[in-house]
Design a protein around this ligand. Structure first.
Ligand code: NAP
Length: 257
């Protein structure tokens, strides 16, 4: 059975979920899944046009949506994301921190300081600052999910420093799970290869795509719905005894024991 055919429940009825970087790709699929399961979803990204289009798509599926512009490294836009969510819905139950940048293919020792700053800023620091703003509004039983990557376990040469920032999210998951317990659970999803705009090398080259498919045990790339299903599981009460964990969703690509 394909993931998209899976029976969708209503685990997020009455819940409010913020998903960052959610106007396309994995973030949009997560927002859709949480919304189809009953959540009011707050979607955002850098461009108003993308926000409007994504919000329309979700509304057309009967989902309650608030769409806002939020570049995750913009302090005012982060604060506004939280403030407007609370003004409209009065609380926050789920935060999925999904934004990332991969601005360089240079080896780490040749990566400029300004690029290292950007990677740290968007991929790690912005998640922490957003949660600082969200924390006072998080409900008992709330849930945070970070989106890392299998590159966090084994940084590849062409995206080495990006991989290291994703490794940092594995540690951040553990650290914040301790800090935010027992009222809030903190978990992480580490996707494998998913053909999206972000991973357009998978879409552009059949050769690369085929070799990536072959490198998985399940002989296919991941779908955005696969990532959404795993995220929804961790965010839901089905995972109520799980915190500080990372779920690898990568079709069996080697990652860790
Ligand atoms: P995607 O399809 O390219 O979507 C990226 C989304 O993020 C868009 O909605 C974009 O909209 C928004 N965005 C980009 N920069 C942003 C910023 N600074 N602040 C706020 N929003 C921003 O990417 P994706 O593949 O779904 O990636 C999502 C996450 O999955 C990332 O954390 C990535 O590292 C992780 N991941 C992806 C793969 C993969 O194979 N695709 C594998 C492992 C991990 P705007 O342009 O309007 O801002």
């Amino acid at each position: 059975m394909a993931a998209s055919d899976a029976k969708i429940g209503r685990r997020f009825e009455g819940k409010v979920a913020i998903v960052t970087a959610s106007t396309q790709g994995i973030g949009l699929a997560i927002a859709e899944r949480l919304g189809l399961e009953g959540a009011a979803v707050v979607i955002s990204s850098r461009k108003q046009k993308n926000v409007d289009e994504a919000a329309e798509k979700l509304r057309a599926k009967g989902i309650e949506v608030l769409g806002l512009v939020c570049h995750v490294s913009n302090e005012q836009q982060r604060k506004s994301l939280i403030d407007k969510t609370v003004q409209k819905y009065g609380k926050i139950d789920v935060v999925v921190s999904n934004a990332a940048a991969n601005p360089s293919v240079d080896p780490i020792l040749e990566t400029q300081g300004s690029v290292l700053d950007k990677l740290w800023e968007i991929n790690v620091k912005a998640s922490i600052l957003l949660l600082q703003d969200a924390a006072p509004h998080l409900q008992k039983g709330s849930s945070i999910v970070f989106i890392s990557s299998i590159a966090g376990y084994q940084p590849q040469a062409s995206m080495a420093m990006y991989g290291v920032t994703k490794t940092a999210l594995l540690g951040l998951t553990k650290a914040l799970a301790t800090e935010m317990a027992p009222n809030t659970r903190v978990n992480c999803v580490a996707p494998g290869f998913v053909p999206t705009h972000f991973a357009d090398f998978l879409v552009k080259s059949d050769t690369i795509r085929n070799s990536m498919e072959e490198s998985t045990l399940l002989k296919r790339l991941g779908t955005t719905e696969d990532m959404a299903a795993a995220t929804a599981f961790l965010a839901s009460d089905d995972a109520s005894y799980i915190t500080g964990e990372t779920l690898v969703v990568a079709g069996g690509i080697p990652s860790r024991l």
